[in-house]
Design a protein around this ligand. Structure first.
Ligand SMILES: Cc1ncc(COP(=O)(O)O)c(C=O)c1O
Length: 373
């Protein structure tokens, strides 16, 4: 059987990782400024994480959500305390798209409405509702195109207020910082006005922190730079450091109903062991603070580079918009300088390294980039 060929692949077979480095099957080492697409939070093969997962799988990898799983409550307790939402409720699933799917369903169950506001360049995943609120017609199949969504320009307060004033909007879904859209940062003034407009119109505010959350922005959640509290927050990627897992953080104003949401694999024992180990390491090694410190060093240094039109982002979620298309530069970074980076559109390089990136590794990256620009 052939693989369904939907990914344009680099001809590299990564077989090993440690911290912020990965190795291919020929023994070549690479600096990882991509984190497997913002997934690696605490670093590759962290010993505490390896031990926690290994012990758990030897004891019990999976049992169903029809019995008590105390590890789920432990994830909820630790996460609530670390992110400042210990009064919220947690629903666990397996992927980012699934988290947004469930958040949108919860919003609609809550206020009975069906219209959603999303933003230009938004990316929220590829399942039916998640893809419908994603601003990319190429990946919205006719069966997903159900007319629920109005896209507005990001940071346009007047347009947002006018749309919400109609009183029929179920939810607004917005990324803490847009990732796929090229690291576009919502302004605090916009986010505060959005919070207020949602309150005034009974609209549910959903913060998609799947890429920007879990410490990446230098705060636990990117929206915490804006001083607001959403009704629903979705998380995935960094939560399991590569173990597939996701969650919806749910405000106390939502009452759970038996059977309304559910999943076979969500919150399984092995995933919870991974998530607990991630939170242990994030706390022990002060990774949120590290992301803020190393991120601000990189953001400052990169501003002086030739050919870079704009440097955007917070913490270790950084977009470098070049004057010229970056395809060749990114390829040279990978094949000549041995650095993995991400991309967005034609002109933006995205940096999404593990949150444990050291100052030395950041300087090493700058040096390697400097050889090319
Ligand atoms: C902001 C955001 N939301 C949702 C998703 C979808 O997550 P997943 O691929 O785990 O379904 C992504 C993935 O890149 C994302 O960046």
């Amino acid at each position: 059987m052939k693989l369904f060929d939907v990914y344009p692949l680099f001809d590299i077979n990564i077989v090993k990782g440690k911290g912020c480095h990965v190795w291919d099957d020929k023994g070549q080492e690479y600096l990882d400024l991509y984190g497997g697409h913002a997934v690696i939070s605490i670093g590759h093969a962290h010993p505490h994480y390896v031990e926690a997962i290994s012990k758990q799988v030897a004891a019990l990898g999976f049992y169903s959500n029809s019995v008590i799983n105390k590890l789920q409550q432990e994830v909820a307790d630790r996460l609530g305390a670390m992110c400042g939402y210990d009064d919220y409720q947690l629903f666990l699933i397996n992927s980012g798209a699934e988290a947004n799917e469930n958040a949108l369903k919860l919003a609609s169950f809550h206020n009975g409405r069906t219209r959603v506001i999303s933003f230009a360049k938004a990316f929220h995943g590829r399942t039916s509702l998640a893809v419908e609120v994603t601003n990319n017609p190429k990946i919205i199949a006719p069966i997903n195109n159900n007319g629920h969504v109005t896209y507005l320009p990001l940071n346009d307060t007047e347009a947002m207020k006018a749309e919400l004033a109609k009183g029929d909007v179920c939810a607004v879904i917005i990324e803490g910082i847009q990732g796929v859209g090229g690291i576009q940062v919502p302004t605090p003034a916009f986010m505060q006005a959005l919070r207020q407009a949602c309150d005034e119109t009974g609209t549910v505010l959903i913060l998609d922190e799947i890429q920007s959350g879990y410490g990446r922005s230098g705060k636990f959640f990117a929206h915490q730079h804006c001083g607001i509290r959403p009704d629903l927050i979705t998380v995935a990627k960094g939560i399991g450091n590569g173990f597939p897992m996701a969650g919806v953080l749910i405000s106390p104003k939502f009452a759970p109903v038996y059977g309304q949401l559910g999943t076979t694999f969500g919150g399984n024992h092995l995933a919870c062991a991974a998530a607990i180990a991630v939170l242990d390491v994030m706390k022990e090694e002060h990774l949120v603070e590290n992301a803020a410190r190393v991120g601000s060093f990189l953001l400052n240094e990169l501003k002086g580079f030739k050919g870079i039109k704009e440097v955007r982002g917070e913490g270790l979620m950084i977009g470098l918009e070049f004057e010229e298309p970056i395809k060749e530069l990114r390829s040279k970074l990978l094949f000549e300088q041995k650095v993995f980076t991400g991309v967005s559109g034609t002109n933006v390089i995205r940096l999404l390294p593990p949150l444990c990136l050291s100052m030395d590794e950041a300087s090493d990256f700058l040096e390697r980039l400097h050889r090319l620009v």
